[in-house]
Design a protein around this ligand. Structure first.
Ligand code: MIC
Ligand code: SF4
Length: 759
C-alpha cells in the first residue's frame, strides 16, 4: 500500500461512488430521510444491508477510510499491532510527532532538544511506519489534527484517530472519531471497527458571529449547555444558516472541542467554506469531487426543514447574540460570558493578573485565528502597548507557521513580546518547562486550548486555567487582567492614554496562498519488509508487550479496593501526561503514575491510599505495584463521567497490567469505557448510583455470576465489610457478544491474534 502526504483522489472517488446506492439503502432501512452523520456512517458500513442502526443500542461494523495516530498514543498502538504478525497495515495510516516536544525556549531550540531527547522514540516510530507501510510525519511538521485537516480530511470521509480531538476533521465534513490504540489496531489489521450506533444532537445555528465573538465561543457555550458528559454517545451535527457563515477552520475549532462534551464526534455539512479551504490547501480536485456530490454531503432537506423530528435533541444558538465566553478553571464546561469573569474571579479569590497567556493548540491555530490576534497586536504596537504577561504562541502546523511568518504576522506578535514555540502540543499537554512560578503557587493562565483540568498545563495543581478564543486571550494579555471586557473597557497606555482595542479582524485564508514550509512527511518504502524495528531490551522508554492472561472462568473474589475516586477522575487523573509522556511506550514504567491525580474518596487527598496488605498509606502506583507482585486482584471505583478527556489507553492498560479486574463507576466517558473493555477489564456501572456510597475503605469485593455474563445481563458485586456484614450491589455492563469475548480472551488483542493465527 502507498501512503502519501495527502488522501489520493481515487480513495475519495471510491467513497463518493457508493453514495447513491448506499444512501438509498440507508433511507429504506430506516424508513426516513437521513441526517449527515447517518449518511456518512451508512456509506461506511461493513455490510450496508446488515448491522443494527438503533441509536445508542446496536453495535455496528464500520470501515473507516484512514487511521491517524500521534506519537504519545501511537507507540502503544504500534506495539500492539506488531504482535499481530502482519506484513503491513490494511488501511492508510499515518503517525504524527507532536506531543513529545517540550516548550522551554522557542520553537527552533525546543525542536532540536526534542530530536535529541526523544530520538529513540522517533526512530522507533519512523522505522515501524516504514516497516508496516504507514506514513510518518516528523517532529516539527505540526499537530496531528491540523495536519490531518490540511492534508487528509475530506467531506463525507470517515476516519479514526488515537487522540480524542480527532473530531477536528468534522470542520471539513468528515466523521472523525477519537479512539484508543487497540481500536486503531483493529482497523490497521483489516478488521472492521465496531461501535455503538450513536445518538444525534443537532445544533441549529442562526445569525452570524461578529466583533469579539469567535467560533470558539460557539463550543464554549455548547459545553455550558451540554456539560462535559452531555454529548456522550452522540454525534453533534451543526446545521442552519449560521453554520455556513463560519470558516472551515472555525468549524474545525468547534468540532475539535466537542471532545470536551464527550461527543463521539461533531460535524458540519459540506459548503463553500470547505471548498475554499480545500482549494487554498492545494486540493482543487478534491474540492471538485466533493462539489459533484454536494447534495449527499448535507442532511436531507426534510431533516433541515424539521430537525426536531430527526435529532434526539436540538439546541438553538443565535450567533448574532453570542458574546465572548471564557470557561474554567478545572472544567471546560464551567462557562460564563467574558464580561462576568472579573467579578467572579474577585469573589472566588482567583488571581486577576494572569501569569501567562497561550495561543495555539490543535483547537485554535489557524491562519484566520492568527490574523485576528495579529490585528490586535499591530494595534497594540502602534499604541505603545505590550503584552503584560508571558505570551506564548504554538502554530498548529509547519504550513501555518511558514505562512504566518511570510505574511509578517509572527513579527507582529513578537513585536509585543510573544514567544513562538514549536509546531506542537507543548503547554497544552504539560510539555511546558516553566520557571516563573514554583510548585503550589496559585496563579491563573488563559489559553485558546480545549482542556483545563488541574495540573494539565504545568503540573501545578494551583494553576487555574481558563479556555477561551485566541482573540480573548490576546485582549487579556494586553490588559494584564482577567477583569477586562474589550467591548467596553480600555487599557491605560504607558503614556497615560486610555486605549480601547478595536474589534479583531482576520482573513479566512491567506491571499497569497499557503506556503508549505519545510516538508515533514516521510513516505514508507515500497517494500518495508527488511526494515528493522528496534526496541532495545534496556530501554526505559519502549518495552515489547506481553499478552495479558485470559480469564480463568471463575467469579472474581477477594478483591481489594485500590482506589475509590471522588468527583472528577479524568484520564489525566488516572495516567498523567506532562513528564510521564516519556514512558508512553513502556507499560511497566508508565504504570508509575497510576491514579496519581485521583482524589481518594475516603480521605480527600489526591494520589494516595491505604495498602490493604500492610496497612500503610502509600502513593496509589506503589500500592498497585505491591498488589501486582503479591497477586492481589483489585478494583477501582469511580464517580460520574469516569475517564473523561483523553483517548490514552494507558489509563486502561496500566490498571490491567497491575492486576485490576474491574472498574465500577457511576458513569463512564465513551473512549475510556471502550479502552477498558479492549484490555480485558470489566467496565461496570452501578445500576443505582447511590450504591457508590456503600463501598468502604477496607471492603473486600467479589464480582459474581460471571458464568452468566451475557449482553444486557447485570452482575452482582458483593461488598464484604470489615465488620462481617455485606452488601450485594447490582452492576451493569455494555458488552456485546464480541466484547465479552475480549474479556474472556484476556484482551481484544489476544482475540485478534487467535483469529489471525487461525486463518
Ligand atoms: C489530550 O489532549 O489530552 C491528548 C494528550 O492529546 C490526548 C492523547 C494522549 O493522552 O496522548 C487526547 O486528547 O486523546
Ligand atoms: Fe495536542 Fe492539546 Fe490538541 Fe491534545 S488538545 S492534540 S495535547 S494540542
Amino acid at each position: 500500500m502507498t501512503v502519501e502526504a495527502t488522501t489520493p483522489l481515487d480513495l475519495i472517488g471510491e467513497v463518493y461512488a457508493s453514495l447513491d446506492d448506499r444512501l438509498a439503502v440507508g433511507r429504506e432501512r430506516l424508513g426516513r430521510p437521513l441526517t449527515l452523520a447517518e449518511k456518512i456512517l451508512v456509506n461506511h458500513l461493513d455490510d450496508p444491508a446488515a448491522g443494527g442502526m438503533e441509536r445508542g443500542v446496536s453495535y455496528t461494523d464500520l470501515r473507516p477510510d484512514r487511521v491517524a495516530m500521534q506519537d504519545a498514543t501511537a507507540q502503544m498502538a504500534w506495539l500492539q499491532f506488531m504482535t499481530a504478525g502482519l506484513a503491513e497495515v490494511a488501511v492508510p495510516t499515518t503517525t504524527h510527532c507532536d506531543h513529545l516536544i517540550q516548550a522551554k525556549e522557542d520553537g527552533r531550540v525546543d525542536l532540536l532538544a526534542a530530536l535529541e531527547g526523544n530520538s529513540e522514540v522517533y526512530d522507533f516510530l519512523e522505522t515501524v511506519c516504514a516497516r508496516y507501510a504507514a506514513g510518518f510525519w516528523k517532529p516539527g511538521s505540526g499537530i496531528i489534527h491540523q495536519v490531518v485537516l490540511e492534508q487528509y480530511a475530506f467531506p463525507g470521509g470517515m476516519m479514526i484517530g488515537t487522540d480524542s480531538h480527532t473530531p477536528n476533521a468534522g470542520g471539513l465534513g468528515m466523521v472523525a472519531i477519537g479512539v484508543g490504540g487497540a481500536d486503531a489496531v483493529d482497523v490497521m489489521v483489516g478488521m472492521p471497527w465496531n461501535v455503538r450506533w450513536p445518538g444525534l444532537i443537532g445544533v441549529h445555528l442562526t445569525g452570524e458571529l461578529s466583533g469579539w465573538s469567535a467560533p470558539k465561543d460557539v463550543i464554549l457555550k455548547v459545553a455550558e449547555i451540554l456539560t462535559v458528559k452531555g454529548g456522550t454517545g452522540a454525534i453533534v451535527e451543526y446545521i442552519g444558516p449560521g453554520a455556513r457563515s463560519i470558516s472551515c477552520t472555525g468549524k474545525a475549532t468547534i468540532c475539535n472541542m466537542g471532545a470536551e462534551i464527550g461527543a463521539t464526534t461533531s460535524l458540519f455539512a459540506h459548503d463553500d467554506a470547505m471548498t475554499r479551504y480545500l482549494k487554498a490547501t492545494g486540493r482543487e480536485a478534491m474540492a471538485d469531487a466533493a462539489e459533484a456530490v454536494a447534495h449527499h454531503l448535507r442532511p436531507d432537506d426534510e431533516v433541515l426543514a424539521d430537525p426536531g423530528a430527526y435529532y434526539d435533541r436540538v439546541i438553538e444558538l443565535d450567533l448574532s447574540t453570542l458574546g465572548p465566553h471564557i470557561n474554567g478553571p478545572h472544567s471546560p464546561d464551567r462557562a460564563r460570558p467574558l464580561a462576568a469573569l472579573g467579578a467572579e474571579a474577585e469573589a472566588e479569590g482567583w488571581p486577576l493578573e494572569p501569569s501567562a497567556a497561550l495561543i495555539g493548540s490543535c483547537t485554535n491555530s489557524s491562519y484566520e485565528d492568527i490574523t485576528r490576534v495579529a490585528s490586535l497586536a499591530r494595534f497594540a504596537s502602534e499604541n505603545g502597548l505590550q503584552a503584560r504577561t508571558e505570551l506564548l504562541i504554538t502554530p498548529g502546523s509547519e504550513q501555518v507557521r511558514a505562512t504566518i511568518e511570510r505574511d509578517g504576522l509572527l513579527g507582529d506578535l513578537q513585536a509585543i513580546g510573544a514567544t513562538v514555540l514549536a509546531n506542537a502540543c507543548g503547554p497544552c499537554i504539560g510539555q511546558w518547562s516553566r520557571s516563573d512560578i514554583s510548585e503550589g503557587d496559585v496563579n491563573t493562565i488563559v489559553t485558546s486550548y480545549n482542556r483545563n483540568f488541574p495540573k494539565r498545563n504545568d503540573g501545578n495543581p494551583n494553576t487555574l486555567a481558563f479556555v477561551t478564543s485566541p482573540e480573548t486571550v490576546m485582549a487579556i494579555a494586553l490588559a494584564g487582567t482577567l477583569d477586562f471586557d474589550p467591548v467596553k473597557d480600555s487599557i491605560t497606555s504607558p503614556d497615560g492614554r486610555d486605549v480601547r482595542l478595536p474589534e479583531p479582524v482576520g482573513e479566512e485564508l491567506p491571499a497569497a496562498g499557503f506556503t508549505p514550509g519545510e516538508s515533514g512527511f516521510v513516505a514508507p518504502p515500497e517494500d518495508g519488509s527488511a526494515v528493522e524495528v528496534a526496541v532495545s531490551p534496556q530501554s526505559d522508554r519502549l518495552q515489547l508487550l506481553e499478552a495479558f492472561e485470559p480469564w480463568d472462568g471463575n467469579d472474581l473474589r477477594d478483591l481489594a479496593v485500590l482506589v475509590k475516586a471522588h468527583g472528577k477522575c479524568t484520564t489525566d487523573h488516572i495516567s498523567m501526561a506532562g513528564p510521564w509522556l516519556r514512558y508512553r511506550g513502556h507499560l511497566e514504567n508508565i504504570s508509575g503514575n497510576l491514579f496519581m491525580g485521583a482524589v481518594n474518596a475516603f480521605t480527600g487527598t489526591a494520589g494516595e491510599g491505604k495498602d490493604q496488605l500492610d496497612g500503610q498509606t502509600k502513593p496509589f502506583p506503589e500500592i498497585a505495584r505491591h498488589y501486582h507482585q503479591a497477586g492481589q486482584g483489585w478494583v477501582a471505583v469511580g464517580d460520574e463521567n469516569y475517564g473523561e478527556g483523553s483517548s490514552r489507553e494507558h489509563a486502561a492498560m496500566e490498571p490491567r497490567f497491575r492486576g485490576c479486574c474491574a472498574v465500577v463507576v457511576r458513569s463512564f466517558a465513551r473512549i475510556h469505557e471502550t479502552n477498558l473493555k479492549k484490555q480485558g477489564v470489566l467496565a461496570l456501572t452501578f445500576v443505582d448510583p447511590a450504591d457508590y456510597d456503600k463501598v468502604g475503605h477496607d471492603d473486600r469485593v467479589a464480582i459474581l455470576d460471571l458464568h452468566r455474563l451475557a449482553p444486557g445481563q447485570t452482575l452482582t458485586m458483593r461488598l464484604s465489610h470489615p465488620d462481617g456484614s455485606s452488601d450485594d450491589v447490582e452492576v451493569s455492563h455494555t458488552m456485546n457478544g464480541e466484547q465479552i469475548e475480549w474479556f474472556t480472551a484476556g484482551s481484544a488483542l489476544n482475540l485478534i491474534r487467535r483469529r489471525l493465527q487461525a486463518t
